[in-house]
Design a protein around this ligand. Structure first.
Ligand code: SME
Length: 153
């Protein structure tokens, strides 16, 4: 998707989510709504979901797309890189990312956006996979960071 179209799409999604998320402050409810809206409005999102830190493990939560790994091996792969760096990780070709965990062999690119709780601690990540190579860029990174910030807003 070209950058102008992407910008417009994210702008509309963000406005819609801001409205939808006023109905409950529950973080799990908000994450479920975010995943549903993103997954159905962004046709290049093949897998969309959250992995959250639970007793030191990274465990899958709400998601849409093919069945995924429930637990991610510690300090390995893209999601753990997002946790450990506390920064968004954009991977144009997952096959070139050392330690990448392939939950589904059809995924070719990926973006991971850390989730911060109100105390500023990383508590999990939003993970999106695409079957296209280099599907995600700085436009996705900026908007997905804004969207994830709505969970505890
Ligand atoms: N590829 C991720 C694992 C999660 S799946 O993409 C849904 C990783 O390397 O951490």
């Amino acid at each position: 998707m070209d950058k102008t179209k992407k910008e417009g799409r994210y702008q509309r999604i963000y406005e819609q989510l801001k409205d939808l998320l006023t109905k409950s402050r529950n973080p799990e409810a908000r994450m479920a709504t975010i995943v549903a809206v993103l997954h159905h409005k962004m046709e290049y999102f093949f897998w969309t979901g959250f992995y959250m830190l639970t007793d030191g493990e990274l465990i899958v939560r709400t998601y849409q797309g093919p069945v995924a790994c429930q637990v991610l091996e510690k300090n390995k792969g893209v999601c753990w890189a997002g946790i450990n760096r506390a920064k968004t990780v954009v991977v144009p070709d997952v096959h070139k990312f050392p330690g990448h965990i392939a939950c589904d062999s059809r995924s070719n690119s990926e973006i991971v956006v850390p989730v911060f709780n109100p105390e500023g601690k990383v508590v999990g990540v939003l993970d999106v996979d695409s079957t296209s190579y280099a599907a995600f860029d700085e436009v996705d990174a900026a908007w997905l960071e804004k969207i994830v910030a709505l969970i505890y807003a």
